[in-house]
Design a protein around this ligand. Sequence first.
Ligand SMILES: *Cc1c(COP(=O)(O)O)cnc(C)c1O
Length: 388
Amino acid sequence: MKLAARVGEVTPSLTLAIAATAKAMKAEGIDVCSFSAGEPDFDTPAHIKAAAAKALEAGKTKYGPVAGEPQLRAAIAKKLQTDNGLNYAAENVLVTNGGKHSLYNLMMVLLNPGDEVIIPAPYWLSYPEMVRLADAVPVILPTTEETGYKITPDQLRSACTSKTRLLVLNSPSNPTGMVYSPAEIRAIAEVVVEKDILVVSDEIYEKLLYDGAEHVSIGSFGPEIFARTLISNGFAKAYSMTGWRLGYLAGPLEIIKAANTLQSHSTSNICTFAQYGAIAALESSQDCVEEMRTAFADRRRFILDRLAAIPGLTCPKPDGAFYVFPNISKSGLKSLEFCKQLLENQQVAAIPGIAFGADDCIRLSYATDMATIEKGIDRLDKFMRQYI
Ligand SMILES: *Cc1c(COP(=O)(O)O)cnc(C)c1O
């Protein structure tokens, strides 16, 4: 079968594959400790589920406006104003099938063949693939443990060419958990304006911050950067709504309108009654978000303390999301082999850093219960000691 060239250039998601293998092993009765999850382990808060159930009962079962229910778009615009200092109207917001879809829509309406998109590494693995699917060119900017896995303004400046259209910024980051400080974000904003490129800020983990870390939206530093900013966000991580498929893209009207047209010919509106769950999420108390964050904070503290005691591992302290990204290079193994052996010999599932452009590291998600973390880290400790 001859397939389109564009799919030949793209690799399937390695994280989903490992998570699936771990799940299959569990189903066979094998005692697997999985750190592979890219989603919160909590159920969706009850009041959000109730709002969607009520909408379903009330007959919110028909096609709706492609860009989303007006009440939801307005609630998102209000959230972006109050939480993030971004002055968007409801018409600047497009409701999408998750943050992934909002980023995909953006790449498809923005990029021409040969356009360059700057992606700091380690990166969320879908960014470069989406850029390739849009026939554009991902330009990867490497970072190191020493710089806290952050790019510098100079590094960004020298990566810009006449073909650069877009920078992808993800803070707090998946996979490293690092958070850019407000001053660092401001310095990057200055380069974006100076080079007259666009930036998409993937803020899906903005609510998951620890030890006093602060999230600032890059578009909030004034009109010049605001005009060059797109925000991708969603309900998956903050409200534990991964399966609902609810996200949004916000930005300049011209881009949002084009993405709306694209969406009108691809997915149409997002599940109508699900959108009422999202309205409840935004308009009700945010206590549920804080409860989940507190649970993550306890696990983070625990896993960092335990990892620090494993010989040969180094792990910078992440201030956000629910991942740690230890360096495993002292084992002498590359990340894929490390994760394969770890799963086979110790029944611990972790994601190889190579999936995120960092072959010396592995990603451990602590979006799992404390008992699993404890047992899994014991096993990782044992595994690592074989090599040291
Ligand atoms: C989870 C995630 C998303 C969005 O996920 P959706 O389920 O599509 O909303 C976007 N970016 C990053 C970095 C993520 O980890």
